[in-house]
Design a protein around this ligand. Structure first.
Ligand code: NAD
Ligand code: UD1
Length: 337
């Protein structure tokens, strides 16, 4: 199938393009390079032997996006394009709402105009807010979001739900990712955020290659087994495969569906550090600092629904992800240039 991948040169998008190609699909990438490099296209070609079609555009630019839809029939869209830095979103709410909402609205108008009726949207576990219990199930109510990034995801979920009611012939999957980490096993694709990383794994790999001297663990006095926060870390390749399996589901005309994509297993910050040492042989120096505002002690998914309805199960371990993320960072000490 021809699959339009918005944000397809980004961290999760690029890994998904590789999995789409290996499943026999034809990805068509659009990206405005606001948080990625054109070099990623060369890396995809190096891994797969195929150079996918790419257009540099802002998804909110309706005329430009319309041209892509006119060029060839599009069977489905995977919509990764969006701004995603939680901290930055607090200082730049207009940029976040404008980019994330307008791109989605424009995309929906183009899909409707051209009769493309299958859409996968990158949502986040952040939409659950403080969950009523654990593990987190899809039927839990949406919670309070605490930053414009998270609120933009919750708003887009609402928009897509309303759109789906008005357009029952559309098939839409809201995929709620837990914590994506890791990199492609080749070391060619991975994550390298701008500036000081907010997220745990890129911070650890930057310490491992000497770009930063130690990790600060945000609190060791939580009510968890070792006092550090527990998260559900999913290897980015497993996450990418989840999109390919969701596409198959959309072909059954399910209407609107929601899936958690995680592993169902929580790991603490100290457990991640131990897995990193085991997987790479590198011991990460750290200090324990204060808690970070907004962090919850436990967040992990119930993944039964994705297993039952998609046959989906993540198979890679946190140790695999640590090894792959480190290999990527070593090969690309300053990210993909
Ligand atoms: P990323 O920043 O690496 O990729 C997003 C891509 O979209 C980038 O290449 C960027 O240049 C592009 N982009 C942004 N706005 C655009 C626009 N208006 N038009 C065209 N291109 C645009 O992020 P990622 O980690 O790959 O995340 C992909 C999606 O998954 C995002 O929507 C993100 O919010 C969501 N998500 C990510 C995580 C995570 O931890 N990485 C967790 C939950 C959800
Ligand atoms: C964060 C965001 C979440 C977003 C997700 C993916 C917050 C509060 N949450 O999730 O909304 O969807 O990223 O982008 O920002 N940690 C350290 N030291 C560090 C970095 C992290 O100890 O330098 C700890 C954190 O306290 C947390 C765990 O590592 O317990 C994972 O952190 P992170 O990778 O930022 O993910 P989340 O906080 O789960």
């Amino acid at each position: 199938m021809n699959i339009l991948v918005t944000g397809g040169l980004g961290f999760i998008g690029s890994h998904t393009v590789v999995e789409l190609l290996s499943a026999g699909h034809t990805p068509i990438i659009v990206d405005n390079l606001v948080n990625s490099k054109l070099e990623v296209l060369n890396r995809i070609q190096k891994i797969t032997g195929v150079r996918p079609a790419f257009t540099e555009l802002d998804v909110a630019d309706e005329a430009a996006l319309d041209k892509v839809f006119e060029k060839q029939p599009i069977d489905a869209v995977i919509h990764f394009a969006g701004l995603k830095a939680v901290g930055e979103s607090v200082g730049k709410p207009l940029e976040y709402y404008s980019n994330n909402l307008c791109s989605t609205l424009t995309l929906l108008r183009c899909m409707k105009k051209h009769g493309t009726k299958n859409l996968i949207f990158s949502s986040s576990a952040t939409v659950y807010g403080v969950p009523p219990s654990l593990p987190i199930k899809e039927e839990f109510p949406l919670g309070e979001t605490t930053n414009p990034y998270g609120t933009s995801k919750a708003m887009i979920e609402r928009i897509l739900t309303d759109f789906s009611k008005a357009n029952p012939d559309f098939n839409i999957a809201l995929l709620r990712y837990f914590n994506p980490i890791g990199a492609h096993a080749s070391g060619e694709l991975g994550e390298d955020p701008n500036g000081i990383p907010n997220n745990l794994m890129p911070y650890i790999t930057q310490v491992a290659v000497g770009r930063r001297d130690h990790l600060t663990v945000f609190g060791d006095d939580y009510e968890t087994p070792d006092g550090t926060c527990v998260r559900d870390y999913i290897h980015v390749v497993d996450l990418a495969i989840g999109h390919v399996m969701t596409l198959k589901k959309l072909m059954e005309n399910p209407g609107l569906v929601i899936y958690n994509l995680g592993t169902g297993k929580g790991s603490s910050v100290f457990e991640v550090l131990a897995a990193f040492e085991k997987g790479t042989g590198v011991k990460i120096p750290y200090v324990v600092g204060p808690r970070r505002a907004g962090d919850l002690p436990f967040l992990y998914a119930n993944c039964d629904k994705a297993y039952k309805e998609l046959g989906y199960k993540a198979t890679r371990t946190v140790e695999d992800a640590c090894r792959d993320a480190y290999a990527f960072q070593k090969k690309n000490p300053n990210g993909i240039q």
